[in-house]
Design a protein around this ligand. Structure first.
Ligand code: ADP
Length: 277
């Protein structure tokens, strides 16, 4: 199954989220098979991240967006958790602080962008400024409507500087969200995750749908594609994202750098030292 092809939003495509099945899973693929395949993919991801770190030339930015309980935290834990923390960082974007609000909306994202060799995951992102900000009228339309162009220019700048950008919208439906809220309520280890916003945002479901659709349709580019990932089945969501990231990273054709020393000389010195005891 080619997840990249299946879930990638083509530049200029207008997406309708209500037409996309959040419950999708491939026919004939059992959960056990998917989990075995996922284990292979996370191993590959770990190797590719190691290679990216060693090559120290490109970087990877993953953007995760979705409604409350869509699975952003779970995706980070399961898909990116196996990566070496030395080469992978997560930034979670909350309501902007005083200093963040005193700058342009991209400022806090630009300083969090990955440096060469690194993987950076944005848990929420600059897209909040055309999502929650739009839905709740936090700035006038004349301000947020210009942000799609700003975002495309920003992402092009990062791409031109060697950052590969992959953006994932984790697509769950209303019933699944309610089900997950219930599980949070029933599981004492998950109670802390519940916030007033989980429930107060539900009446804005359709407004968010429209805001997500516009963000994804306006900002899925060759440099920084959006993927709409069916998210009701967590195991399939993880598999699909891992599959897309592996394919994209393999496409970079990264190479380990040549050693900075003369390896024949190093071997000769090793043998001499070995023989001398
Ligand atoms: P999360 O839901 O990501 O686990 P929180 O419960 O702390 O973490 O929620 C973060 C909140 O910050 C969300 O409600 C999100 O919409 C909000 N937020 C993020 N960025 C912005 C922004 N630029 N403007 C306003 N609110 C924002």
């Amino acid at each position: 199954m080619d997840c990249t092809k299946l879930f990638r939003v083509k530049p200029g495509e207008n997406i309708d989220l209500d037409d996309i099945d959040a419950d999708f899973k491939p026919e004939g693929l059992s959960r056990d098979e998917a989990e075995a395949e996922f284990a292979n993919l996370t191993e590959k991801l770990r190797d590719l991240q190691h290679l990216m770190y060693a090559e120290d030339s490109r970087s990877l930015l993953i953007v995760l967006q979705g409604r409350d309980a869509a699975g952003k935290d779970g995706t980070i834990r399961h898909v990116f958790g196996p990566m070496n923390p030395q080469g992978c960082r997560v930034t979670s974007f909350k309501v902007p602080s005083k200093i963040e609000s005193a700058h342009d909306f991209l400022w806090r994202c630009h300083i969090a962008a990955p440096k060469r060799g690194m993987v950076r995951i944005f848990n929420r992102s600059h897209y909040e400024d055309v999502l929650v900000v739009r839905v709740h009228d936090l700035v006038p339309k004349t301000v947020w409507s210009k942000r799609y162009d700003h975002i495309n220019a920003f992402e092009r700048l990062l791409a031109d500087n060697g950052t590969m950008i992959l953006k994932f919208y984790l697509h769950i439906d209303r019933e699944e969200q309610l089900e997950r809220f219930k599980k949070r309520m029933d599981n004492p280890k998950k109670n802390w995750k519940i916030s007033d916003a989980d429930y107060s945002e539900r009446p804005y479901w359709d407004a968010y749908t429209k805001a997500f659709e516009d963000a994804i349709s306006n900002c899925s580019t060759d440099d920084a594609p959006w993927f709409v990932i069916p998210g009701n089945h967590k195991w399939f969501r993880n598999l699909a994202i891992a599959d897309i990231v592996v394919e994209a990273m393999e496409g970079l054709k990264m190479r380990y750098p040549k050693p900075s020393v003369d390896m024949d000389e190093i071997r000769r010195m090793y043998h001499e030292a070995d023989e001398a005891g």
